[in-house]
Design a protein around this ligand. Structure first.
Ligand SMILES: [Zn+2]
Length: 348
């Protein structure tokens, strides 16, 4: 089958289209094979291509998000049938450890991501456990393959951050950094669903204008504004109740300075650097919570799929590239030019 692979890590120069063996012909009893129609890119894919500190099996197929048609199921699969149109939840748990049995699948001790620890979705066929597929809901207008592929990773991540971890309440103020990115844009939609007031930042005025159209109450260009000071002014000196971070490095200090008393800072990424500082005296005095978050559990995934079906959450696709132009898709993501998700059409 055709696939977008790397045979070495280090740069996007290693990306190539290749013919690789089809996945195993014999399925596990609870496994589902999906003929991929579209995949979607995440920052994770850039990190994988540049090199993460774990063993790779080359050629390694990139891509975590995907959607397609079920074309085979294992003997014990009961929730989907061949011909069903499905989206993939790219976080694969063992569904057996203590965390899994407690319903916390993203804390699984054997948690693995498609396209990172496992072969990815930028190819024609993927095998995943039954628990990791969801039937694409029927909505009007119907979801394109690219939209379905773009849904899972960022929506699950943003949902757990804003709702489960930060417990965002109606009337609270939420500061969201870098609104062009998929997680940030989805966090904006979810925070608005929760009835919060959203302050969104970007270095691009065009993206800020789009953020206002998508519901942001206030937008700040973080290149030209002192974000923490503006947040204080906008909240009558109170500060933001919730700060949604995935940048780290440069934005961290501003994030902390923006927090209200009792505020929650939730982070799922460190695209601008993993090492940050915190003044513990201010942390305990102001009763701040610093919350880490990664992906989400099966109950959270069911909930976001339900909200997709009710029309309350819909993925925002920036642009769709054909598989043979996957390199251009990665470069667009790398330059941060996108507003929403970049998708790759794998087959018609
Ligand atoms: Zn587990």
């Amino acid at each position: 089958m055709r696939a977008c692979v790397i045979r070495a890590t280090g740069s996007l120069d290693h990306l190539q289209l290749a013919d690789v063996p089809d996945p195993a012909a014999v399925l596990g009893a609870r496994d589902v094979r999906v003929a991929i129609r579209a995949a979607a890119l995440n920052h994770l894919d850039l990190f994988v291509a540049r090199g993460l500190p774990h063993a790779y099996t080359f050629p390694h197929i990139l891509g975590a998000d995907g959607a397609g048609v079920v074309d085979a199921v294992g003997a014990e699969v009961g929730s989907v049938r061949p011909g069903d149109r499905v989206m993939l939840n790219p976080g694969i748990s063992d569904y057996a450890c203590d965390y899994c049995r407690a319903g916390e699948h993203s804390l699984c001790v054997n948690y693995r991501m498609l396209g990172e620890h496992l072969p990815g979705t930028l190819c024609e066929s993927v095998i995943v456990p039954e628990q990791n597929v969801a039937i694409i809901p029927t909505v009007t207008p119907s979801l394109s393959w690219a939209e379905a592929a773009a849904f899972s990773l960022v929506t699950l991540t943003a949902w757990r951050m804003v709702v489960t971890r930060a417990q965002t309440q109606s009337g609270e103020t939420v500061l969201i950094w870098g609104i062009g990115g998929g997680v940030s844009l989805t966090a904006l939609r979810i925070a608005k669903l929760r009835g919060a007031r959203v302050i969104a930042t970007s270095s691009s005025d065009a993206k800020l204008e789009a953020a206002r159209r998508l519901g942001a109450d206030v937008t700040l260009n973080h290149r030209t504004h002192d974000v923490a000071r503006e947040v204080r002014t906008l909240t009558n000196k109170r500060g933001a109740d919730v700060v949604v971070e995935n940048v780290g490095g440069a934005t961290w200090e501003q994030s902390v300075r923006s927090l209200a008393r009792g505020g929650r800072l939730v982070t799922c990424g460190a695209t601008a650097g993993p090492q940050v500082a915190i003044d513990l005296r201010r942390l305990f005095w102001h009763s701040w919570s610093i919350l880490g978050s990664t992906m989400g559990n099966a109950a959270e995934y069911r909930e976001i799929v339900r909200l997709l079906g009710s029309g309350e959450l819909r993925p925002i696709v920036d642009r769709v590239f054909p598989l043979q132009e996957a390199r251009a898709a990665f470069e667009r993501l790398d330059k941060g030019e996108q507003l929403g998700k970049i998708a790759v059409e794998v087959s018609e």
